[in-house]
Design a protein around this ligand. Structure first.
Ligand code: HEM
Length: 319
């Protein structure tokens, strides 16, 4: 084989690379010689991926339920990959924020257009049975969903609405105090007794410390804080504003509504399930018009905030 100038140049560069680290290029060339070719299935870990669906019953549709939750968690991972870069970026500018937020919006588009798999894709009779074998687990315990919320906005915008409006000095509260009143804790409190459900207790035991640490890191690194740190000229960039509004609507209205629709389809009027979810009132917890979680409140008009999720709910549920 002829050693062309191009190959000689590459060898020179390789040699430089290894020398810088005190390594011997020749040994690495031996490694190349013995190394096997990379295969798709090894790179993507297909076998591992396909071995992770372990239904707890024999109802075939339970597999759909597991797979779609896993697909959603992978989409959440894609989102968090972008959120982490937004939080860590030094000297952030509008262009960077636009490119990252656009990707997250895109990922949630993917979730919202496929969520029908959960609404129409399983037999209700099977769902109602296999669901009972999964208690007290719930998508409520998706840590990545909570991380997406913490990476999106200031902790104050995630507070239980009633609590936040009753406490005028809420801005002065510590992160620890605010975290105790984060909106989702009310979604897993028993209506009759006011006690935390087992679902919530177990979730807190595993993740509270990690969430609190993340919320402190995110006080400056969340998307809203990063947006607010931009110069006025960048803050009024119409493309950026449009994308942030799209992100808010995609997560806090569109996804929430699709999800609510699946709960209505399977759980409405089923007393066993209602009892089995620890007596929580999901009808009052899941619809966006009750929670009113808005990541970027200053980017919406008062009218839009007042109507949050309302017309969307009606359109969706009537369709
Ligand atoms: C047939 C499909 C589904 C039904 C019937 C359903 C039902 C519910 C219900 C009733 C709750 C309220 C908490 C509870 O009582 O457990 C809840 C919460 C939740 N579920 Fe689902 N779910 C479904 C699919 C999914 C999927 C695919 C995900 C994806 C990870 C998911 C993620 C969540 C999250 C993040 C919450 C908490 C919502 C919040 O705090 O605002 N769910 N779900």
């Amino acid at each position: 084989m002829e050693i062309t100038p191009e190959i000689a140049k590459k060898l020179e560069l390789l040699n430089e690379k290894y020398q810088t680290m005190g390594q011997d290029m020749n040994s690495y060339l031996d490694g190349l010689l013995y190394m096997d070719y990379l295969k798709y299935w090894d790179y993507v870990h297909t076998d591992t991926l396909l071995s992770l669906q372990n239904p707890r019953t024999n109802f075939p549709d339970e597999k759909i339920f597991i797979l779609y939750h896993q697909i959603t968690e992978l989409f959440f991972r894609l989102c968090l990959h972008e959120y982490e870069q937004i939080a860590d970026k030094q000297n952030i500018d509008a262009e960077f924020l636009i490119s990252k937020v656009r990707r997250i919006v895109h990922y949630f588009d993917g979730l919202n257009t496929t969520y029908g798999i959960m609404i129409d894709g399983m037999e209700k009779e099977q769902f109602l049975k296999f669901r009972m074998a999964l208690l007290p687990a719930s998508g409520f315990q998706s840590a990545q969903y909570r991380m997406i919320e913490l990476y999106s906005t200031d902790l104050i915008n995630l507070l239980n609405h009633e609590y936040a409006t009753k406490h005028p000095a809420v801005k002065m509260l510590s992160a620890e105090h605010m975290f105790e009143h984060i909106y989702w804790k009310t979604g897993a409190t028993e209506l009759a007794t006011g006690k935390k459900t087992l679902t919530l207790k177990q979730f807190e035991e595993k993740y509270s410390e990690q969430f609190l640490e993340l919320s402190k890191k995110c006080s400056k690194g969340n998307v809203y804080a990063r947006y607010n740190s931009l110069p006025e000229e960048d803050k009024s960039n119409p493309e950026l504003i449009e994308l942030l509004r799209a992100l808010d609507a995609n997560i806090n209205v569109n996804w929430c509504l699709q999800h609510y629709k699946s709960a209505v389809r399977y759980l409405q009027g089923d007393p066993d399930i209602i009892a089995a979810t620890g007596g929580t009132n999901w009808q009052k917890f899941l619809p966006p018009r009750f929670q009113k979680i808005i990541f970027f409140p200053e980017l919406w008009t008062d009218e839009e905030k007042k109507e949050w999720g309302k017309s969307w709910v009606e359109n969706l549920l009537n369709s």
